[in-house]
Ligand binder design. Structure first.
Ligand code: SF4
Ligand code: FE
Length: 504
């Protein structure tokens, strides 16, 4: 297992093509815009060496018996699923931001399960190939960026119907030694400081979309792979001293790229799906389940920091015991812990797949994420309320450092008399970072937008069963309808509910 320093050092071996603000980035580790994201990801390596966190941060590989970083592990039990979300909350608390490495982690687990199922139906050998790749990832403790969301063009059209066929990543050529792919993936969290890219389809596909059913892995500096690092609210504040950013060490939020595949070659041993469109949905849903499981962990860890920031500001403002402040902080805690309950619940209700790997309960994982599209807006609103207007009108660090204005800022930005003004400035900026900035749309759209969760909740909500329950209670004779709708006797049906409750 690498530690944080070794991880940063390891990035120097890669020469990815990355652009930002109209220039080509020559060295990832030396680029000040990337540094906070690198530090946040480095925490996933560093804490694996801390004896206090060993239990959640590491695991034993079921493939080699070696101790590995949990971010490269395939979940072997419900306990592993629970440890995963505990690890996420811990890292959210330690970084106050997105630490990026979960996307690749979830891609590894989703592919482990889906390649097994593809092979069973199509007599292919994707799983064997994938396991070899996984061993390489585990042995070298690699960070993988999971690439799912295509740029999608006209959303009303399927991939094969798009005027420009490249708006979804697709197969261009099948060769003896591998395949050539083209297209682009959006929102690639942590791409610039990852070692590997794991690509998956973004939606359910039909026979006409066969060429879009591709999954594979390439190194981040593969020939033809181009990244454009995207802009975020207040992003260049990180270049402006260490106060104004609010979280100068770990940044704002994930740090994303638009990732373009310009005829990238992939050797066969790194191809995990090629044309099996009938498994695109399973891969997407399995990945989404894993990634939605996370959000009541990582975002709640970040909420812990925000709640702490808001409570500290109330102290600095001299009103820590005001009943309305205590009420608001309590509301924030309630919402954060509700999301945490969801992550724990979907993990505890997880189950074993035919591959032997475990998945969280998909219905509850989607409920988790749907809550995270809502509650962070509400807890951020309360944090803004507690902080007061200075959360967006604090003078800049440069004016604080300028001898001409220093004394004025010191005097008039002071809160409680014996507390340093600088602490207050720093805390306003932290709360601004967490409650006003890019964290919120990340909670909305990361791991899929609310509509995507609602589709899965509706599909798995089993309303037909619920209707039957209502009819029984209402005294409407169920027998005829019951058999017609369910195809089962009452006894069989209720037995299945119990089984299903266990599974889902
Ligand atoms: Fe991980 Fe959360 Fe960032 Fe997604 S948003 S990559 S789950 S830290
Ligand atoms: Fe995310």
């Amino acid at each position: 297992m690498m530690n944080g320093g070794e991880y940063i050092e390891s990035l120097k071996k890669y020469k990815p093509t990355i652009y930002f603000l109209g220039r080509k980035i020559e060295s990832v580790v030396d680029e000040p815009m990337f540094r906070p994201h690198i530090h946040a990801a480095a925490m996933t390596y560093e804490l694996a060496h801390d004896p206090r966190y060993e239990d959640v941060m590491t695991a034993i590989s079921h493939l080699t018996g070696e101790k590995i970083n949990r971010f490269t592990h395939i979940h072997q039990s419900v306990e592993d699923l629970v440890k995963k979300v505990r690890m996420m909350r811990l890292l959210g608390q330690k970084t106050g931001t997105c630490f990026q490495r979960c996307v690749g982690f979830d891609a590894l687990n989703a592919l482990y399960i889906t390649t097994y199922d593809i092979d069973k139906k199509h007599d292919t050998e994707y799983h064997k190939r994938f396991v070899e790749y996984l061993k390489e990832v585990q042995k070298n403790d690699l960070m993988c960026v999971g690439a799912m969301t295509d740029v999608k063009g006209d959303r009303s059209l399927r991939p094969y119907q798009q005027k420009d066929p490249d708006l979804y990543v697709h197969l261009v050529e099948k060769r003896e030694d591998g395949i050539v792919v083209r297209g682009a993936k959006a929102h690639m969290t942590g791409a610039m400081n990852s070692h590997e890219v794991i690509v998956m389809p973004t939606r359910a596909l039909g026979p006409e979309d066969k060429d879009y059913a591709v999954s594979f892995a390439v190194p981040i500096d593969a020939e033809g792979l181009v990244n454009i690092f995207v802009r975020q609210t207040n992003d260049t504040r990180r270049l402006d001293g260490d106060i104004d950013c609010g979280n100068a060490k770990y940044g704002i939020v994930g740090g994303e790229t638009l990732m373009i595949f310009n005829d990238v070659f992939v050797p066969w041993d790194r191809v995990f799906m090629c044309g099996e469109y009938d498994f695109a949905y399973e891969l997407v849903e399995t990945f989404a389940t894993f990634h939605r499981q996370n959000y009541g962990g990582c975002k709640v860890g970040v909420a812990d920091v925000l709640i702490g920031g808001a409570a500290t500001l109330a102290e600095y403002n001299g009103v820590p015991k005001a009943s309305h402040i205590i009420d608001k902080l309590t509301e924030m805690i309630h919402m954060a812990e509700t999301c945490w309950c969801c992550s724990l619940a979907c993990s505890n209700e997880g189950y074993k797949t035919p591959s032997g790997a475990y998945v969280p309960n998909p219905l509850l994982a989607n409920v988790t994420k749907l809550n995270v599209t809502r509650f962070p807006y509400e807890w951020s609103r309360l944090a803004q309320d507690i902080a007061g207007g200075f959360v967006i009108t604090t003078p800049s660090e440069r004016d604080y450092r300028n001898p001409e204005t220093r004394k004025l800022v010191e005097k008039y930005m002071k809160g409680v008399a014996d507390l340093p003004t600088e602490h207050r400035l720093r805390m306003f900026r932290l709360v601004e970072n967490l409650a006003v900035g890019a964290q919120l749309p990340e909670s909305m759209h990361g791991a899929g937008s609310p509509a995507a969760q609602k589709i899965m909740i509706w599909r798995r909500g089993n309303v037909e069963m619920k209707k039957e329950l209502a009819k029984v209670i209402a005294g409407i004779k169920p027998d005829e309808n019951f058999k017609k709708i369910t195809g089962k006797t009452e006894e069989e049906f209720f037995k299945e509910i119990v089984e299903r409750a266990k599974r889902e």
